[in-house]
Design a protein around this ligand. Structure first.
Ligand SMILES: N[C@@H](CCC(=O)N[C@@H](CS)C(=O)NCC(=O)O)C(=O)O
Length: 216
């Protein structure tokens, strides 16, 4: 009987993490088979895992190559790798200028929007009273409004961040979902709201987040 081959990729993940959601969306966009490996955040990371993700964070993607393992950590680096590796999928860029534009937006989503939304979410939903800081929450909201204003203007002439769908939109998808958890109303940013709708309508978004039953 023919032996079924293991998929060439392993995704180390913590399923409820928005950064892991983004990588699962990307893998679905490019129809890439992978083996999921859930990492228990409550347990110390193993030496083997730290070799793949030196800071012990999720996601980490491993490609099993004939020459050995290639491990990539940080969601934006994983997305950039997948875009290069699967140039003919919706993740690939057609030319250098599109790549440059897409990478600019990906970097902004990763270092700007995601960082800011993450700190607001911590202030509102995660921190205990004694850890909360009104100043930091106000700063995050002011910065978020500035970011959303710029995005709304930018999206006036584009369906996606760099024209066609790209890895910048992939990372933005779960980050925009976090805005809902932070109770940020997008009524004043109608183009951002329609962009989020377009992202949610993609086939790759279906089942992107784990259900409550999946979370142990
Ligand atoms: N900048 C990183 C953030 C990854 C991240 O913060 N992952 C969280 C899960 S949401 C994690 O691994 N936390 C455990 C830890 O920091 O030890 C990325 O984009 O991949």
């Amino acid at each position: 009987m023919a032996q079924s081959k293991a998929p060439p990729f392993t995704l180390y993940e913590y399923r409820p993490s928005p950064f892991c959601v983004a990588i699962r969306i990307a893998l679905k966009e490019a129809q890439i088979e992978f083996t999921p490996r859930e990492v228990d955040l409550k347990k110390p990371r193993t030496a083997a895992f730290l070799k793949r993700s030196p800071f012990g964070r999720l996601p980490a993607l491993v490609e099993h190559r004939p020459s050995g393992e290639l491990a990539i950590f940080e969601s934006s680096a994983i997305l950039s790798f997948l875009s290069d590796r699967f140039p003919n999928s919706s993740l690939g860029f057609p030319d250098t200028p599109s790549r440059a534009e897409g990478m600019s937006w990906l970097t902004f989503i990763s270092n700007g929007l995601a960082e800011n939304v993450w700190s607001l979410l911590n202030e509102r939903n995660v921190y205990q009273d004694e850890e909360k800081s009104e100043v930091s929450e106000r700063r995050s909201i002011a910065e978020l409004e500035r970011q959303l204003r710029v995005l709304d203007k930018h999206l006036a002439r584009r369906a996606f961040l760099s024209g066609a769908y790209s890895i910048a939109d992939t990372l933005a998808t779960p980050v925009l979902d976090l805005l809902e958890l932070c109770e940020i109303d997008l009524a004043s940013f109608p183009r951002v709201r329609s962009w989020r709708k377009r992202l949610r309508e993609r086939e790759s978004y279906r089942d992107a987040w784990p259900s409550d039953d999946d979370i142990k």
